[in-house]
Design a protein around this ligand. Structure first.
Ligand code: PGA
Length: 236
């Protein structure tokens, strides 16, 4: 089965960066046996869509609002993202949970609107270092999954991304055993066969090994997805 490789550019990049990144990776996109998705910042979505013409690469956004429209200055809705050609939206990323107070209820509402707009919700969950150290990681992540999944969630429209917070952007990847155990737990508790992604310091050095772990259907890549050579190796 194809593995899913999602690039989360976060608030990085520029029009110039994107316009050289895509043509340089075009051959790798065509050759790659994987399902690839790129999630740039909002202002670059439209230009990305144009650059991706003729490829099988999917396009996703990094956030959306909890309402479909209205007086929410500066916000963007799931409907709008679908309208401009997005196929997915990341929700509940730990950076949004910690920096913008996004809780499970918010994530659930957003995911439900993403489904209504016929897109894939990539729902992120993960524990802090303290929670893992106290032996509560599994329970914490199970609670997050149950509280964040809307009733509309199905394996066709929802990916669950396990991203231990202590592994994001730190260069410290969770161990193979930690990933294996958490993904096994997620497979059991999620009840339905949602694709399960791992995220947290995935690089060209560890991607292959991580993708071989049972119940790992893909990876969510931050930092390494901004480096052409690294991302090329990951998707190939
Ligand atoms: P990282 O980020 O690969 O830079 O650790 C992953 C993420 O935040 O999705």
């Amino acid at each position: 089965m194809k593995k899913i490789i999602v690039a989360n550019w976060k608030m990085n990049g520029s029009l110039e960066f994107m316009q050289s990144f895509i043509p340089d990776l075009k051959e790798s996109f065509d050759k790659s046996p994987q399902r690839i998705m790129l999630c740039p910042p909002f202002p670059y979505l439209n230009a990305l869509k144009i650059s991706l013409k003729g490829t099988d690469v999917l396009m996703g956004a990094q956030n959306c609002h909890t309402a479909s429209n209205g007086a929410y200055t500066g916000e963007v809705s799931a409907t709008m993202l679908a309208d401009i050609g997005c196929q997915a939206v990341i929700v509940g990323h730990s950076e949004r949970r910690t920096q913008f107070g996004e809780d499970d209820e918010t994530v659930k509402t957003k995911a439900s609107l993403i489904h209504e707009a016929r897109m894939i919700a990539i729902i992120c969950v993960g524990e802090t270092y303290q929670v893992r150290e106290s032996g509560q990681a599994n329970g914490h992540v199970i609670r997050q999954v149950h509280a964040s999944l809307p009733t509309s969630a199905a394996p066709e429209n929802t990916y669950i991304a396990y991203e231990p917070i202590w592994a994001i952007g730190t260069g410290i990847t969770a161990s193979i055993e930690e990933i294996r155990e958490m993904h096994e737990v997620l497979r059991e508790v999620a009840l339905r066969p949602f694709p399960l992604l791992y995220g947290g310091s995935v690089t060209e050095q560890n991607a292959q090994e991580i993708l071989k772990i049972p119940n790992v259907d893909g990876v969510l890549v931050g930092g390494a997805s901004l480096k052409k050579e690294s991302f090329k190796k990951i998707i190939e």
